[in-house]
Design a protein around this ligand. Structure first.
Ligand SMILES: Nc1nc2c(ncn2[C@@H]2O[C@H](COP(=O)(O)OP(=O)(O)OP(=O)(O)O)[C@@H](O)[C@H]2O)c(=O)[nH]1
Ligand SMILES: [Mg+2]
Length: 453
């Protein structure tokens, strides 16, 4: 897997969404911070990172998930979509036309991987049924023709080189009659040690002679965001038609190189992911990002963490909560739901105008423990229907009976009763916080929208 580190931090970050109880601004901010950290580590440009997380936040707060999608699932989708946009959106493959030959030229700095990429594309296109040949125009490095010859033999394609000739134009013309026998001609050029206007001029003049159908700038991923300068200069000068990013397998800075190139508007056509001829992939932002995020696994995780409580039950419960008229059965449902959703205090944070009231509620009421819930369940099971519906009738005799029947003690039954009374009081306070019916409905909507089940 390329960009292993970036991938694993992004995956961890997204797993947090799947496990989160709420999708709220706090979660989105936390998520964005972690995305920023992961991308900055991968040498992505700070400004690009901030733009990305800004878009994520804006969309996450503004857009409503489509029907059948939870807020959590939708948040993951937003992250995915924004990352895809970040890396150039749609794939832009090289369309090999019937023209013979279809010429693809490779340019770039020293050692960026031009000659190796030629052997990779030779194999890639041969496998797809094209007749491919290579042409060596690197007249600077003495070993260049031999290297191209060797690599071409390895992938079983003919290779045109002239080890003695030092003028690339002459070499090109020398074999000109041969080229039309091929579907695709892959043209190797000399590396440069720096980008300069001289280089652009050179590329343009060679373009004039050769008229390549594709002119690919080969960039080594380990330069990270510095790739922008090369990509931008050559793309803006109209000297290239696309980019190959190589050595993505061997660097932690690949995210920087990919995003920097995409930001210039130049299209990344292939990525090199190893030294062998088969180590090349067409660059497809969608597939690339889904693999990076481990989308398959993530979807499974989201599915698994869907809470047991149904939407209707939750709505029903919140209505009762708001009306303040509920009995023991509702109390139990409420407690059970709270333990699934997280603490009551967290839920209250989401309801506007409730903040002040929160302080008046006993702390232990805001936390429900699993073990207590179990006991309360037994206690409730030992009550008659009448008692459940009207807890006020519980006197000491009834309490004694219930404790015995449920295998608990009287103080535990009393505690449950106390909890009920406190809840009821709290509901009244909440009611007081929003007096008229309209305000209540608004509050409910807020409650429903923010809390996902
Ligand atoms: N790990 C890894 N190594 C690569 C990749 N692409 C190229 N290399 C290695 O990078 C080194 C340079 O590759 P070349 O293809 O010779 O680069 P070049 O741009 O032709 O170099 P010059 O002709 O000297 O300018 C070689 O050792 C390649 O094996 C890649 O995707 N992954
Ligand atoms: Mg070379």
């Amino acid at each position: 897997m390329v960009l292993e580190n970036l991938s694993s931090s992004l995956k961890d970050t997204l797993k947090k969404i799947a496990r989160a109880m709420f999708v709220d601004e706090k979660l989105i901010d936390e998520l964005n911070k972690e995305i920023q950290r992961a991308l900055l580590k991968a040498d992505v440009n700070v400004q690009l990172v901030f733009n990305l997380t800004k878009n994520i936040k804006e969309r996450a707060l503004k857009e409503k998930p489509p029907a059948g999608t939870t807020q959590r699932e939708y948040l993951v989708r937003i992250v995915y979509e924004e990352l895809v946009k970040f890396l150039g959106e749609d794939k832009e493959e090289i369309k090999i036309t019937k023209k013979k030959p279809f010429k693809i030229m490779f340019v770039g700095l020293y050692g960026s991987g031009k000659t190796t990429s030629i052997s990779k594309l030779a194999k890639y296109y041969s496998k797809r049924g094209y007749k491919v040949g290579s042409l060596g125009l690197d007249v600077h490095r003495p070993a260049a023709p031999d290297q191209l010859e060797q690599l071409s033999t390895q992938v079983k394609i003919p290779c045109f080189i002239d080890k003695k000739e030092k003028n690339p134009e002459k070499i090109y013309k020398k074999f000109e009659k041969e080229y039309s026998k091929f579907d695709i001609l892959l043209i190797d050029t000399a590396g440069r040690d720096a980008l300069s206007s001289e280089l652009i001029k050179e590329i343009k003049s060679i373009n004039k002679l050769i008229k390549p159908d594709e002119n690919l700038l080969v960039i080594n991923a380990d330069i990270g965001q510095a790739a922008e300068k090369q990509a931008k200069t050559l793309h803006d000068a109209g000297a290239i038609t696309g980019i190959i990013i190589t050595k993505l397998d061997g660097t932690a800075k690949g995210g920087g190189a990919l995003s920097a190139c995409s930001a210039t508007g130049a299209k990344i056509k292939f990525i090199g992911i190893g030294e062998k001829p088969e180590d090349i992939e067409e660059f497809n932002p969608k597939g690339f990002v889904s693999r990076l995020l481990g989308m398959g696994d993530l979807e499974l995780l989201l599915e698994k963490t869907k809470d047991a409580i149904s939407q209707e039950k939750a709505e029903d419960l919140s209505k009762k909560l708001m009306k303040g008229d509920f009995n023991f059965i509702d109390l139990y449902d409420q407690m059970e739901a709270m333990s699934k959703m997280g603490s009551l205090s967290k839920i209250m944070d989401l309801i506007p105008g409730i903040g002040g009231i929160k302080d008046k509620i006993p702390k232990d009421m805001l936390q429900v423990q699993e073990s207590k819930l179990k006991k309360w369940k037994y206690i409730l099971q030992s009550m008659t229907k009448k008692e459940l519906e009207d807890p006020e009738i519980l006197d000491s005799n009834r309490i004694k009976r219930i404790a015995k029947g449920s295998g608990t003690n009287e103080s535990e039954v009393r505690e449950l009763l106390k909890q009920y009374k406190q809840s009821k009081k709290m509901m009244k306070l909440m009611k007081g916080g929003s007096t008229d019916q309209k305000g209540m409905e608004k509050l409910m909507k807020k409650f429903k929208g923010k809390v996902k089940f």
